[in-house]
Design a protein around this ligand. Structure first.
Ligand SMILES: Nc1nc2c(ncn2[C@@H]2O[C@H](COP(=O)(O)OP(=O)(O)OP(=O)(O)O)[C@@H](O)[C@H]2O)c(=O)[nH]1
Ligand SMILES: [Mg+2]
Length: 210
């Protein structure tokens, strides 16, 4: 898929404030520093679309971007929403604000009618983390479709690159009958861009078919 344009639309503090659910939507989620904003910028081919923030967890907002949305004079038919969600598991954020954010994001994820897929970002350098496994289990229990998107593979050497996926799959198969679709990416080098955009394009087609 070609990205013709990508625009920031709005930040919402509450799911009720989100834009009308008119287009298929992809929510990017993962722990702080996993590389959400960098991946969004890499996919959109725009350096500064999503802010690479210096203070993790500070702004707890649901950030909507429209991809391929503006086709003057009309709204294009293959528009989709991309959502940058602040991560979970911030060490430096107070417990009350963490709980509040968790409630907001859970309400958003379970209530958003046009949510086509959650992009679950995982740092390929780290072994499976409890908080990530629990979050994926929660999505499974709630019937939320998600894919696993591994980030920062440019930081791995050859043997690490060969080992991280089987390690993850072994862990996932303790809880799941099968492993969800996997994408391996580097925002730095562009790895995985074509594959992820193809997945989104195909999912968009299914979405408009129903
Ligand atoms: N080498 C390398 N560095 C990356 C990659 N993706 C992100 N980074 C770096 O990792 C750091 C965090 O990236 P962000 O994109 O801000 O991460 P985030 O998940 O949006 O973080 P929060 O918004 O704080 O939750 C930055 O210093 C990025 O430059 C990658 O693919 N390769
Ligand atoms: Mg970010």
């Amino acid at each position: 898929m070609e990205i013709r344009n990508a625009e920031f639309l709005k930040s919402s503090a509450h799911p009720k404030e989100c834009p009308p659910p008119d287009f298929p939507e992809y929510a990017f989620i993962g722990r702080s520093n996993v590389g959400k904003s960098s991946l969004i910028n890499m996919l959109a081919n725009r350096n500064k679309l999503a802010k690479i923030s210096g203070t993790p967890g500070k702004t707890q907002l649901i950030n909507h971007f429209v991809i391929n949305g503006v086709e003057l004079p009309a709204i294009s038919e293959d528009a989709w929403y991309l959502v940058d969600l602040p991560g979970f598991g911030y060490a430096k954020v107070s417990k009350s604000s963490r709980v509040k954010w968790q409630r907001t994001s859970e309400q958003y994820l379970t209530g958003r009618a046009n949510l086509a897929c959650v992009m679950m970002l995982l740092d390929s350098r780290h072994p499976p983390q409890k908080v990530d496994l629990e979050f994926m289990a929660w999505m499974g229990e709630n019937g939320l479709p998600f894919v696993m998107v591994f980030t920062k593979v440019d930081k791995l050497n050859q043997s690490e690159r060969a080992e991280f996926l089987p390690r993850y799959e072994t862990e996932m198969l303790k809880r799941w009958h099968r492993v969800p679709p996997v994408y391996v990416t580097s925002a730095e080098k562009g790895d995985g861009r074509d594959e992820l955009l193809r997945f989104i394009e195909q999912t968009n087609e299914l979405y408009t078919a129903v």
